[in-house]
Design a protein around this ligand. Structure first.
Ligand code: F6R
Length: 367
């Protein structure tokens, strides 16, 4: 049932190209210039009426929601807030009838996410669910359901569900953009062309797994490390850090690269591993100067960048790993893959139960 892989997690990491394709299937027109989301029952007028979006989720799904915020804001120009579901209800959020609440849940059964959904509906908001389980509680109670076609996810650590959630957000963002006219056909065509290339690009990345195994073997000698990045790189850094913690039990923290110097830099000492994501062209220069700050304190830096920035980043770091070039907005769908593999190999090197890490459950049904 593991199809020749040692663990479900590794199998599911390798299933991502298929999960991307299946999640996009039938939702992008033949000419690539329009998006069809039959699952969205909202009329154009209702979409035009959305004043703000709240994205609510837990854990890895929350991290997908952080990327979702940027996607929807950039494509559809609607203001978005992303909240952790266990915090959302208790902050007395301003939910109105013109708020769209998007809940994200692989299982569709997470107690806090379900409670947030109900709170949103009580306040008259429309609720969209992005979920991997057809017929789950979240799917049954939401007004609109976008299914991620990642297939069953067995490993406790979420991989293909997260990346399929990103694909769902790209589709929703584009669908809103085309309805609202915030982006023209040509632009939508450029994004869909890049989206359709992602599966092959992930396949290319997976072939570089042996390099990541070597890096993981050196990381496991440390008991604490940092992930840094700006913008979308920061969102992915948070997911990378969670993944590493949950299956390798190595403490790590994700930091907005520019924020480190406001206190936390004190923890960086000789040999501290820092994984720096530098995939956003516009922010690269700034992140590179943050890399200099940690290097000056003795950090050992792994830079994760894209092919076109490889040379530039290589000069400032100890090791560099490059992902294929894509649009800046789409990079999370590629840059998270090396981080998933790094966590997997770190857990393996330490002899942990990769698929069933301690203290965690696949579906969290308590608040
Ligand atoms: C981490 C992980 C958890 C889940 C979280 C939400 O790898 O799997 O953080 O993402 O418990 O679960 P769902 O998406 O089922 O609501």
């Amino acid at each position: 049932e593991k199809a020749g892989f040692d663990h479900f997690m590794l199998k599911e990491i390798h299933e991502q190209p298929k999960a991307y394709r299946d999640t996009m299937m039938g939702r992008i027109s033949e000419d690539g210039k329009s998006i069809t989301l039959k699952e969205i029952g909202m009329t154009a007028e209702q979409i035009r009426g959305i004043q703000k979006v709240h994205i609510v989720a837990c854990g890895t799904a929350y991290h997908a929601g952080l990327v979702g915020k940027t996607i929807i804001e950039q494509l559809a120009r609607i203001p978005v807030e992303t909240d952790v579901a266990s915090e959302y209800r208790y902050r007395n959020p301003i939910i109105t009838e013109d708020t769209l609440v998007i809940v994200v849940s692989q299982s569709g059964e997470t107690a806090d996410t379900l409670a947030a959904l109900r709170e949103a509906k009580r306040n008259g908001a429309r609720v969209m669910a992005i979920t991997n389980v057809v017929g789950s509680s979240v799917a049954r109670e939401a007004d609109d359901v976008i299914t991620t076609w990642a297939g069953p996810e067995i490993a406790v650590a979420s991989t293909k569900a997260y990346t399929s959630q990103l694909i769902a957000f790209y589709l929703v963002g584009l669908y809103f953009a085309q309805t609202l006219g915030t982006r023209d056909e040509q632009y939508i065509g450029e994004v869909t062309t890049a989206l359709l290339q992602l599966p092959e690009q992930v396949e290319a990345l997976l072939e570089q797994a042996p390099v990541l195994k070597l890096i993981a073997d050196s990381i496991v000698k440390h008991n604490s490390l940092f992930f840094i990045g700006r913008g979308l790189d920061f969102a992915v850094a948070q997911e990378g850090s969670l993944k590493l913690k949950e299956i390798s039990y190595i403490h790590s923290e994700a930091y907005a690269a520019g924020e480190l110097k406001h206190g936390t830099l004190a923890l960086v000492e000789d040999g501290t591993p820092v994984i720096a994501l530098v995939t956003q062209e516009e922010l690269a220069e700034k992140t590179l100067s943050n890399i200099k700050e940690v290097k000056a304190r003795g950090a050992h830096v792994l830079g994760v960048t894209n092919h076109s920035n490889h040379e530039e980043v290589a000069k400032s770091v100890d090791e560099v790993f490059s992902i294929p070039n894509t649009l800046a907005l789409l990079t999370p769908a590629l840059s998270v893959v090396p981080l998933q593999l790094l966590s997997y190999y770190a857990s393996l090197a330490l002899g942990h139960d990769v698929d069933k890490p301690r203290n965690l459950a696949k579906s969290v049904t308590v608040e």
